[in-house]
Design a protein around this ligand. Structure first.
Ligand code: FMN
Length: 453
């Protein structure tokens, strides 16, 4: 009879039972973990309430996402603010409400940072019947593909079965009425009537200290170096990579953006402004006013704009490859100044212009930095100084071995200047030399940044 078994046998039976239970548990463990993770993801999405996802190049969409989140939070709604690139299919599938605030670049493309989301997530079918969403699409109607990315994202979400909370709102050059419509929809959704005011910081009066044409005789349009100081108080703080907005008196509702060419340690704010001329010979509203009309000692309405995506941030500690052309030297010069200040000498500048005789804006500084050993490599590429046209992307392709070595050493790549021609050519050369996936990885890691126009 079983009750008569000896203790040793009991022990064996018990051990075998335990072993069997353990084996079963081990077999079940991965499944359990997976279920647990899914449960946690769902719980996180539910606890987080709404997702506010942004895709921004120069920060407008990101700023609006923060303001949108603040409005919802004020109404007691839990919000998770994410970059679009941080969203994956699983998170989208476990979310119930999401607001997308996205701008458009290139020719109807997503901002650089969202390229990964487009390839990874939008390239596939993701059933999203549970998701309710709305899109705020930022753009500029003077481009052919107006709000191209916002529209594409909206279409894709609807194709996946997601339901719109309200129709897409398109914002032409940050126009106030469209933003008011978005705020109104938010207040309605959140059930609040006291949404915070979203007005941008006011323009402040600055004084033009000095202006100088830096490319007299050039085959290109005139380029001017400007120095400015605030009329009230001390010089504000900014970082290399940041922008200013300038409101010309003739068109204050449409401020123009310029890269800042100096750092606060220079003692004033420098800009490099190209005079634009139309076919009929008339000048661009803002560039004509800044370079031909305002006199030294007169007032300019200006506000600073953080351009987080083009700042150095953690790349300050990495080797830095700076690539640009024309007035794009402005932003690159500010970065070089910040690097010199930080004692970082592993800098490589590839810069393109037309003729060495006329187009050497800030050339003396560059040569001096090279002599001081703070500019490890300087490639000045003049397109018209030889029979064949030669551009930065050609030199980049020739120097690809060196570029790979720098990237292997952890370098970051910053591109500033014209989108057509330069930035597109540089992008193609980098893709060919490093491979598209590697370039995408660099971009996602914030090691490939562009300020192109
Ligand atoms: C180089 C460049 C290309 C652009 N291309 C487009 C475009 O194709 N379609 C469009 O609607 N807006 C285009 N825009 C306008 C931006 O989408 C708009 O300025 C937006 O407010 C930028 O928001 P962000 O700061 O969040 O990136 C372009 C802007 C730049 C500088």
């Amino acid at each position: 009879m079983i009750w008569t078994l000896e203790p040793a046998r009991w022990l064996m039976v018990a051990t075998l039972g335990l072993l069997y239970a353990l084996l079963c548990w081990r077999a079940y463990l991965p499944l359990w973990r997976k279920r647990q993770q899914a449960r946690q993801a769902r719980a996180a999405a539910q606890a987080a309430g709404w997702i506010v996802a942004h895709a921004s190049q120069t920060g407008n969409a990101e700023q609006l996402a923060q303001q949108t989140a603040a409005t919802l939070q004020l109404a007691g709604i839990a919000v998770q603010v994410l970059e679009l690139s941080e969203l994956d299919a699983a998170t989208l599938q476990s979310a119930e409400r999401a607001l997308f605030i996205v701008s458009t670049y290139g020719e109807g493309d997503a901002p650089d940072a969202a390229a990964g989301f487009v390839a990874r997530v939008m390239g596939a079918a993701v059933p999203l019947q549970q998701l309710h969403f709305a899109v705020l699409a930022l753009g500029d109607s003077s481009y052919r593909q107006y709000c191209g990315f916002g529209r594409a994202l909206d279409d894709w979400l609807q194709q996946q079965g997601a339901q719109t909370l309200f129709p897409r709102i398109e914002v032409d050059r940050i126009a106030a009425p469209a933003l008011a419509a978005w705020r109104q929809q938010l207040s309605h959704l959140a059930g609040t009537s006291d949404a915070p005011d979203w007005s941008a910081p006011a323009f402040e009066a600055w004084t033009l200290q000095r202006r100088e044409c830096v490319n007299s005789g050039s085959a290109g349009a005139p380029l001017y170096h400007l120095e400015l100081l605030p009329q009230q108080g001390a010089l504000p703080d900014w970082q290399s990579g940041d922008l200013v907005q300038i409101a010309a008196p003739a068109e204050p509702e449409r401020p123009r953006e310029y890269s800042i060419a100096s750092i606060p340690q220079d003692g004033s704010l420098h800009l490099l402004v190209r005079l634009h001329s139309h076919a009929d010979g008339s000048h661009g509203v803002a560039s004509g006013w800044l370079t031909q009309q305002v006199e030294a000692g007169q007032s300019i309405a200006l506000r600073l704009r953080v351009h987080r995506r083009f700042r150095l941030e953690e790349n300050l500690a990495r080797p830095l490859i700076l690539i640009g052309n024309g007035s794009g030297i402005a932003g690159l010069r500010a970065h070089l100044k910040a690097r010199v200040l930080a004692g970082q000498t592993r800098n490589w500048l590839l810069f393109g212009e037309r003729n060495a005789a006329f187009d050497t804006q800030y050339g003396a500084e560059l040569v001096q930095w090279q002599a001081q050993g703070v500019l490890a490599q300087l490639d000045l590429v003049y397109s018209r100084d030889q029979a064949e046209r030669r551009y930065v992307q050609h030199v980049l392709a020739e120097q690809m071995q060196r570029l790979r070595e720098w990237v292997d050493d952890g370098a970051a790549i910053y591109v500033c200047g014209s989108l057509e021609g330069m930035a597109a050519g540089v992008h193609a050369a980098l893709q060919a030399g490093l491979g598209a996936p590697a370039l995408e990885t660099l971009q996602a890691a914030g090691r490939y940044r562009r300020d192109v126009y």
